[in-house]
Write a protein that binds this ligand. Structure first.
Ligand SMILES: Nc1ncnc2c1ncn2[C@@H]1O[C@H](COP(=O)(O)OP(=O)(O)O)[C@@H](O)[C@H]1O
Ligand SMILES: [Mg+2]
Length: 253
């Protein structure tokens, strides 16, 4: 059974129909690449799944049961966590605090910093994230480390479904590899990941399946083992692709 399903999702912003009936299922312990041109509706879909937006129509299900999220906290409580592109880290605070952001444990009325440091270290170790000290302010860390900390926070929230918006976009090649490895580790630990990406190579490298959005719908879903970069690019571009890739005039109707 699917861990998560979106059925017939619609979302309009004024005159713009961002989602026109999106159907998508996420299996347990899979990495699903979510691709599509700018404006295809990827971010809107992610924001609905994580509870930041309410859909105008359609349904969300977890474990086959209808769910509705009033806000992101609701979604977190049901096991859906998100890492947006800006990561949402507080640069002046240390690694441990950022793993707990907004959920700091208290002891005798004070933030329990020792427990935060201990648990943050455990999460980082479990995810094989190499950071020398959880007392370091995150502002001084590399882009890859910062992305990893934001993912660690999502995992620590208890996320069974982790949504990542362009997790490798701002990184150099070596850090991209580290983050892709981390995404593979999440799957090994039984998490499901939806990874928005513009990079076909990254999707081919780490995903089990790819869903391609175009014009506010899911234009196609493929098993990575049964598709090619060319087919994925064709799905992303749609009709534009055939006119760009062939010189043959189209047959009159
Ligand atoms: N908050 C908003 N207000 C108005 N229009 C929006 C808003 N968010 C997205 N849109 C529009 O909805 C469409 C889909 O956008 P988006 O989901 O951001 O696509 P993607 O992430 O695939 O680039 C675009 O036409 C975009 O301009
Ligand atoms: Mg977007």
């Amino acid at each position: 059974m699917a861990l998560f399903e979106a059925i017939g999702l619609r979302k309009r912003f004024g005159g713009v129909e961002a989602l026109r009936g999106v159907d998508l299922a996420v299996r347990p312990a899979e990495v699903l690449g979510l691709m599509g041109d700018n404006g295809a509706g990827k971010s809107t879909l992610i924001k609905i799944i994580c509870g930041a937006y309410r859909p105008d129509a359609g349904e969300l299900r977890m474990d086959g049961e209808p769910v509705s999220f009033r806000n992101p906290r609701d979604a977190v409580d049901r096991g859906v966590s998100v890492v947006f592109q800006d990561l949402g880290l507080v640069d002046t605070r240390d690694v441990a605090t950022n793993v707990f952001l907004g959920r700091e444990p208290h002891r005798r009325g004070l933030v329990d910093a020792r427990r935060m440091r201990r648990e943050a270290r455990e999460v980082l170790d479990t995810l094989r994230i190499h950071i020398s000290s959880v007392r370091l302010p995150v502002g001084g860390l590399s882009g890859g480390q910062r992305q990893s900390i934001a993912i660690a926070r999502a995992v620590h929230e208890g996320g069974r479904l982790v949504l990542l918006d362009e997790p490798t976009a701002a990184l150099g090649p070596e850090q991209q590899r580290n983050v892709l490895d981390l995404i593979g580790d999440l799957r090994s630990q039984g998490k499901s990941v939806v990874m928005v990406s513009h990079n076909v190579d990254h999707v081919l490298a780490v995903a089990d399946r790819v869903a391609v959005m175009r014009g506010g719908v899911v234009a196609g879903v493929r098993e990575i083992s049964e598709t090619t970069a060319a087919e994925i690019v064709g799905l992303i571009l749609g009709d534009t692709a055939s006119s760009l890739l062939t010189d043959v005039p189209t047959r009159p109707e």
